[in-house]
Design a protein around this ligand. Sequence first.
Ligand SMILES: *[C@@H]1O[C@H](CO)[C@@H](O)[C@H](O)[C@H]1NC(C)=O
Ligand SMILES: *[C@@H]1O[C@H](CO)[C@@H](O)[C@H](O)[C@H]1NC(C)=O
Length: 566
Amino acid sequence: VTIQQSQSQFQSQVMKFYIILLLGFLTAVAAEQGTAGKQQDVNALLWKIYQPLHRNRLKKLTCGFSPISSTSIYTDEGVAAKKIVDEFNCENLLEQKKYFSLFNPKHREETLMLFELFMSCKTWDPCIRNNAAYFRERINENVFVYALYVTVIHHPLGDGVVLPPLYEVTPHMFTNREIIDRAYSAKMTQNPGKFQMNFTGTWKNPEQRVAYFGEDIGINVHHVSWHMDYPFWWKDNYGYHLDRKGELFFWAHHQMTVRYDAERLSNNLNPVHEIYWNKPIDEGFAPHTTYKYGGEFPSRPDNVDIADVDGVAKVREVMAWERRIRDAIANGYVTGRDGKQFSILHDRGIDMLGNIIEQSEYSPDRAYYGGLHNMAHIIIGRQGDPKGKFDQLPSVMEHFETATRDPAFFQVHKYINNMFKELKDKLPPYTREDMMWNGIELEDISVDGNLLTYFEDFEFSLKNALDDSVSVSDVDIMAVVKRINHKEFSYMLRILSKRNEEVDATVRIFMCPRRDNNKILYSLESGRWGCIEMDKFWKKLYPGGNILHRHSNDSTVTVPDVPSFS
Ligand SMILES: *[C@@H]1O[C@H](CO)[C@@H](O)[C@H](O)[C@H]1NC(C)=O
Ligand SMILES: *[C@@H]1O[C@H](CO)[C@@H](O)[C@H](O)[C@H]1NC(C)=O
């Protein structure tokens, strides 16, 4: 547990919070209809994306509207709208009923055209709403879904709208072929059904013991949501700067990796090891997932040597990027395009390192430092068919919602984490003054209840995976999947304050591994890299004894599931 004096801006943040809350309350009455209407639009737009819009109100918009007839609805005089309409008229855009991958530069360019059009909208109705209805019927369905999600997240007009759970919008990306087959059969015979979804593979594969983690629909949604909140392609001219994006890239993936290691340790497996470009990938993977259109996700056998991927990248090139990044860490600075040096040996250095490794638009020199993270996803994902001889589709590694299924995902992120650790280890150690808070003493900490995990059944609707027709109507078809949950518990902290005024404290709680897979005790120094953030909160400390209770439900690292929209 760490207890630190909150920064002085704490007071003003609290004030801001109250003020926003107050404003929110005052405007809520007037704006309520607006948000409810937007919510209905979003739900209708994302319902059965492979079929024409079903809601009459929106359906009407898809014919009578032209994105470029009135440019006054845009902040850029229709520049973004004109661009995508031109591309569409020249038939340059990805057709419907084809796969989409954000890692494909052409696909990404298209989805950003649509996103830029939405971002240039002054109003929801007519601009975002009509354009969304218009393009939904015309461009690739998955391009549309991605563009609409990131718009609702980032456009101020999307505030208050709840995005439906992605596993119900594009169920193919979250379940496997076996379930989809049964769902089709249930629909054709008009028999409602619930199908138990099993994790891919068999117990002959030791990695199967932790498949529940990589294939968990919660971690899949967490991962894709993080990358939508902090897209690598984000440019500040969309409206604002994404603060500490590079650092959060590290933190989000580091936490996923240490969580994975904790699950491995509890299943008698070694911690995941990092990938080496010049050694084989020991773990193969057969995803059993299938695209809505185009076929199955490709597999990879065990022990493949990492080969160049035709038309994408050479392993040598990626190793050169790694060298340059390691040199930057060793030197303590990175260089920009103009040769200017920026030190990274300070508390913002990790942010810059994250931007470089992820291949963010924020990288000071994208040509020189390359795109280690994104390219690693593509290269590892293509190792089943690196020469492209068999015309396979993009792998699970090439979609944020499926990447964690492949054990190699965590090997890649262990490799990246270790680079961040190299930088961390070069920073000067915290001083006693950094760590101490005079007059504040943590006297006792205890946990009421055990941190006991268990599996429970979770159901989600597969309706949107299946097409309708006049003669075949919807029936209830659900996937049932085991998900890990935990029993409730709470922390109790006894803190003595010898200060004679109230102070604001930030409490951070971590859980760290105690023994490794050989049952050898970790030292603080070696174990701390595996610590899992459990909670972080603010509390007032009063002079004298303070007792803080904190319930596991309130943890800032967990969220409830988004309600079903089916
Ligand atoms: C999942 O496993 C259970 C138990 O082995 C089996 O009854 C069920 O049919 C499997 N589900 C699928 C979709 O294969
Ligand atoms: C914690 O959350 C669970 C699930 O939502 C709920 O059933 C339970 O009552 C909550 N416990 C407390 C103490 O709020």
